[in-house]
Design a protein around this ligand. Structure first.
Ligand SMILES: NC(=O)c1ccc[n+]([C@@H]2O[C@H](COP(=O)([O-])OP(=O)(O)OC[C@H]3O[C@@H](n4cnc5c(N)ncnc54)[C@H](OP(=O)(O)O)[C@@H]3O)[C@@H](O)[C@H]2O)c1
Length: 189
């Protein structure tokens, strides 16, 4: 099983959201995320799950992390409620960690068995949308772990004010098929 975290953060302050929203609209960023995660298992926090259009992303299995054991998903065939992040320690298939900040932080700071093997780090250089309500949500602790424990593989990819970098955990074997899938999905843009 390979765990892959995929995020897009704002350069400088590592903001990924304001209130429930991602504070930029870059169509190619959504498309890249969709290509990387198509047909895969993804895990999202309850807040992020609620922001998916119609609370779904077609053609993926979605694992929703919530502390609420009675939480109801929109598609009981393809979406699953998970109340304990430790359940992912022995997950048998590849897993794409898709946010938000609480979930990225949990995976990146809860020990070696949950630490992602690969990180797709997209960095947005443009301005944040104005007028959004709610707290600014950042992933600075994750970026600190990234800079200490990961190394970049492959060159930077630049598109539409976003630099995409692929990192792997230092000193670990990484499934080359997963890397190939990710690079292909990025280069398709
Ligand atoms: N830019 C990007 O790449 C990107 C990607 C994804 C999301 N986002 C943004 O990130 C923001 C949301 O982030 P967030 O941190 O507020 O929310 P989140 O990570 O999406 O979800 C938080 C929820 O996870 C559940 N949770 C927390 N700790 C848990 C644990 N130990 N075990 C099980 N479940 C647990 C709780 O749900 P319950 O309250 O139901 O218990 C909590 O409310 C939004 O602005 C969103 O748009 C950005």
């Amino acid at each position: 099983m390979t765990k892959v975290a995929v995020w897009c953060r704002h350069k400088g302050d590592n903001i990924i959201g304001i209130g429930p929203e991602i504070p930029w609209h870059v169509a190619s960023d959504f498309k890249r995320f969709r290509r990387i995660t198509a047909g895969q298992n993804i895990v999202a926090g309850e807040t992020t799950y609620e922001t998916f259009p119609n609370r779904t992303l077609p053609n993926r299995k979605i694992y929703v992390l919530t502390l609420n054991p009675d939480y109801e998903v929109s598609d009981t065939k393809n979406h699953f409620v998970v109340n304990d992040i430790n359940d992912f320690k022995d997950f048998s298939e590849d897993l794409y960690i898709s946010g938000g900040a609480t979930i990225y932080k949990l995976f990146m700071t809860s020990g070696a068995k949950l630490l992602p093997d690969i990180i797709v780090d997209c960095e947005y250089h443009g301005n944040l949308k104005e007028g959004l309500q709610g707290p600014k949500i950042d992933i600075t602790p994750c970026v600190e772990v990234l800079s200490k424990q990961y190394m970049q593989v492959f060159p930077d990819y630049e598109l539409d004010d976003i630099t995409t970098r692929v990192y792997v955990k230092k000193g670990d074997f990484v499934d080359q098929n997963v890397i190939k899938h990710i690079i292909k999905a990025i280069e398709e843009e």
